[in-house]
Ligand binder design. Sequence first.
Ligand code: ZN
Length: 328
Amino acid sequence: MKIMNDIYGIHHVTAIASDPQRTVDFYTSVLGLRLVKLTVNFDDPTTYHLYFGDELGRPGTILTFFPWSEAPKGHRGTGQVITTSFLISEKSIDFWQTRLKKNQVTFNGPFKRFDEQVLSLYDPDGLEIELVSHSSAQDRGVNVWNGAGIPSEHAVRGFYSVAISEEGFERTASILTQELGFTYVGQEKSRFRYKIQDSEAGASIVDVLCLPYTPLGYIGVGSVHHVAFRTTTDDNQKSLRANIIKAGLNATPIIDRMYFHSVYFREPGGVLFEIATDPPGFTVDQKSSELGARLMLPKWLEPERKNLEKILPRLRLSNTRKGSEFEK
Ligand code: ZN
């Protein structure tokens, strides 16, 4: 068993939205992701926690949202994940330009960066999303969710990368390379790229943008709350946590998030990182065919279901491959 390199890339990205319905509509009907879990924020059960991903919400494909209608708008700046990039096939750039235009989503690009083509867009709350076409999409086409009538060959293949904005990059780089197993692979302008080299799973890139004259970001609606990196077992998670503490950072205890186990720590540049286990995954409380179809609660909140369903806004879900609709 490997000891040093127990991170296999990005597990999930969690962002803040304002309106849950608008978020569901954009990510399922425009980007064609699957709503794999409709649950509540375990730390604030009167608000939703929405999880989008591939057909099973596999690690490396999961974008999650806290819809907080009262939260102030975020500001882009340093100490944040500023871009979340999804992978698409090299043959899909035209398809996505047409699709985005048809859905009245403005975008920039395509432009070239390293060996990839990039389309850049914002979700309805101003969260920056990229669709990156790259040859590695060939290896990640098996388990796509061809939602919203998008042909499988053009469907989103999970994450490609995240970009974090930093005042400097050395201390962040040191955590990425020394503690999390990333390798420096190249630079383009102020973008320094780090990658999990032996990850067959993809979703293995973190770009560190060194932006020293940019003000500190403010996390709010339309910004990323944290990025989680994946590890395969609880034991690996424990040893990664121990190493992070040894490196002088604070880390939370291991927290049971029902669908994975989590440890959070702030990297030296201020971005909230999480280490999340692959197991047990989203089928722990629902059959794969029923993922996302109804509100799921952890056992300790089940007695509150009636009250919570009264408080939580009702959602229209369009979550099947054929696009048929059902309500929770
Ligand atoms: Zn998380």
